[in-house]
Design a protein around this ligand. Structure first.
Ligand code: F6R
Length: 623
């Protein structure tokens, strides 16, 4: 939610900022802007409403005498998506420019204090408060002396440190001061910021994607840390502890992973990457000899895990759906009771939890504010915490006691696809691992591992339905209501299919356990309300078939996702999309593929921006 970039070095600054913002656009696309310092003292701010393409038309390019700049792409929180509310925001007398990701909760209070001190505000944002607060701090430290006297840049660092305790909320900030035109400042609390280390240059970004192809050396800034960055020097300080050492780590992302290649949209690219992303999640994690999955980073011994009496899975959105899949898997395979909680609810509930409960947070980005807060709350209560996470080094990955990285590669399309299937597979491995610590036999373990190994191929085959799915989408794309129905392992798939359709095509869709629709939603059924049944063969098949008949009896069109070889369904459903038959515990990973494709094609046919649906942002870093 909101993307930040910064650069100091010899490259064309505006070119890097625009390229970085393009790659971060999935974090928000309400407005965008850059600030650069030219000729060592001219602070130049350019802003536009809407996409980065609009900003690129306004930016004139930076002169040879420009080495430093910051940029921002916004997902509006405080104030509408207007030009005045776009970042960067400038502080008193244009002495500094600031870009912000996060939310300042006490901004109204700070704003009135600053107004009483004579500051006037042009925007409705919480960020402008930080800009003025900082310029006021500088004014106090210099006695308002702007006569050209040179103060050391440490004074800027000091001023940032001093205002931090006054800011309540979350922030990742990149700051330029007119008086120190060779230094970029960055600071974070609760919002991600990373620093790229190059040869005679440094980069700042909200996540690693803008840095791919520029440098693979990165430093994760931690909460309460402030970085003072020039071309050839990076100094990091902690708000309370003073200067601290920083680790330079090697980044995993390659530039071709963040490019579209031959695909028209990131979403389609990521859908088709799934056989590979699933292989990457599985890589090195299946031990055939011991008939068990293995994990490197759980940081809980088999003895500790055997004692676990309950698992709480927490997440938001699509990741919450994979948590539901995880609930079925862990209860079924490992026989451990599981609760699935929306992170935003868990955080404020006071549900009694037994001592032997572990929390697992599931998140693609590792930055979702609610998930992070829920994890912290459970950790505070003394429960061991794990994260199933895609983004290496993200806040949740750092906060958890241990976890499982998905290695699905960067997910850029706002609608989550490959991260979802990788989350499901990570949970499958975890369920089998826990099961093998308890009652699952060697032979069953071997058999399940063989079935898991066949999964990427099954997903490849499911992707071959693309053309047929596009035809079905053509038939139904004008419908304004859809029902998605499934049972057991495929109930979460129904929820996920409905969410995919809603978020990218703005079509109303409801996901339900198929038997539950009799208790209300069946009233929605009419000739123009298709029901999508997720009904591969399995122990519950007959029951779902009866539910399907009930819909047909009321004249509703039915699209069925069924297992290859099921002839019966073809006699009753209007359209059938066949996927390869798989073991029941793996079905959600295969049956979701045509649903992802269906939402993609319907959204395209309705003229929607698939990768950047309205009102959404990729990682939701505000409550
Ligand atoms: C939907 C989608 C969102 C995210 C949710 C959680 O396609 O992407 O619902 O799943 O915002 O995000 P993460 O997984 O990053 O915590």
């Amino acid at each position: 939610m909101c993307g930040i970039v910064g650069y100091v070095g010899p490259r064309n600054v505006q070119d890097f900022l625009l390229e970085g913002l393009r790659r971060l656009e999935y974090r928000g696309y309400d407005s965008a802007g850059t600030a650069i310092i030219e000729n060592h003292h001219d602070l130049l701010v350019t802003k536009s409403v809407g996409r980065i393409a609009n900003l690129a038309q306004r930016v004139t390019g930076s002169s040879d005498d420009c080495q430093i700049g910051i940029g921002h792409t916004r997902w509006a929180t405080h104030g509408a998506a207007t030009l005045v509310n776009a970042h960067p925001h400038v502080g008193g007398e244009n002495c500094l420019a600031i870009v912000h990701n996060g939310v300042i909760e006490n901004f109204a209070e700070l704003r009135s204090q600053l107004v009483s001190q004579g500051y006037s505000f042009v925007s409705e944002t919480d960020t402008e408060v930080i800009a003025h607060l900082l310029s006021e701090q500088i004014r106090q430290k210099t006695g308002g002396d702007r006569s050209g006297t040179t103060y050391p840049r440490e004074l800027g660092m000091e001023a940032i440190r001093e205002i931090m305790p006054r800011l309540r909320g979350t922030y990742g900030l990149a700051i330029l001061f007119k008086d120190w035109p060779e230094t970029l400042f960055a600071v974070r609390l609760g919002s991600p910021l990373i620093i790229g280390v190059g040869d005679g240059e440094h980069f700042v970004a909200s996540d690693a994607s803008p840095l791919a192809g520029f440098t693979d050396q990165i430093v994760y800034l931690a909460d309460h840390q402030i970085a003072m960055i020039s071309e050839d020097r990076l100094q990091v300080s902690h708000r309370d502890q003073g200067p601290v050492a920083h680790d330079v780590q090697k980044m995993e992302i390659r530039s071709n992973q963040v490019e579209l290649g031959d695909y028209e949209h990131y979403m389609l690219k990521e859908i088709f990457e799934q056989p590979e992303s699933i292989r990457n999640t599985l890589r090195g994690r299946l031990n055939h000899d011991d008939a068990t999955p293995v994990f490197g980073g759980l940081n809980l011994s088999p003895q500790e895990l055997r004692k676990v009496k309950r698992i709480v899975l927490t997440a938001c959105g699509t990741s919450w759906h994979s948590a539901l899949v995880g609930e079925y898997l862990i209860e079924e395979i490992a026989n451990i009771p599981v609760e699935v909680e929306y992170a935003s609810e868990l955080r404020y509930r006071n549900s009694p939890t037994e001592a032997e409960t572990i929390l697992i947070a599931i998140t693609q980005s590792g930055e979702t504010a609610d998930t992070l807060a829920a994890l912290k709350e459970m950790k505070r209560k003394g429960h061991p915490t794990l994260a199933i996470c895609n983004v290496v080094g993200s806040s949740i990955a750092q906060e958890a006691d241990g976890g499982v990285y998905l290695h699905a590669g960067p997910e850029i399309g706002v609608a989550s696809t490959k991260a979802y299937t990788s989350q499901c597979i990570a949970l499958t491995l975890l369920a089998l691992y826990l099961g093998r610590l308890r009652h699952v036999s060697y032979e069953t373990g071997r058999q399940m591992i063989d079935q898991i190994n066949q999964l990427p191929e099954a997903v490849e085959k499911a992707l071959q339905t693309n053309r047929q799915v596009a035809e079905i989408a053509r038939k139904y794309h004008a419908c304004d209501n859809f029902l998605y129905l499934g049972r057991h392992y495929n109930f979460p798939t129904a929820l996920e299919g409905a969410l995919k359709l809603k978020e990218i095509s703005y079509v109303h869709a409801e996901g339900y356990p198929s038997a539950e629709m009799k208790h209300g939603p069946i009233a929605l059924v009419d000739l123009n309300t298709p029901s999508v049944f997720v009904m591969p063969t399995g122990f519950i098949y007959e029951k779902v078939m009866s539910n399907l008949e009930e819909i047909k009896a009321r004249g509703g069109p039915v699209i069925a996702i069924a297992a290859q070889g099921d002839q019966r369904v073809a006699d009753v459903a209007d359209d059938v999309i066949y996927v390869p038959p798989t073991a029941e515990f793996l079905q959600p990973i295969v049956t979701v593929i045509p649903l992802q494709l269906l939402s993609y094609h319907i959204a395209l046919m309705r003229g929607c921006d698939v990768d950047k649906p309205r009102n959404l942002a990729k990682s939701v870093t505000v409550e």
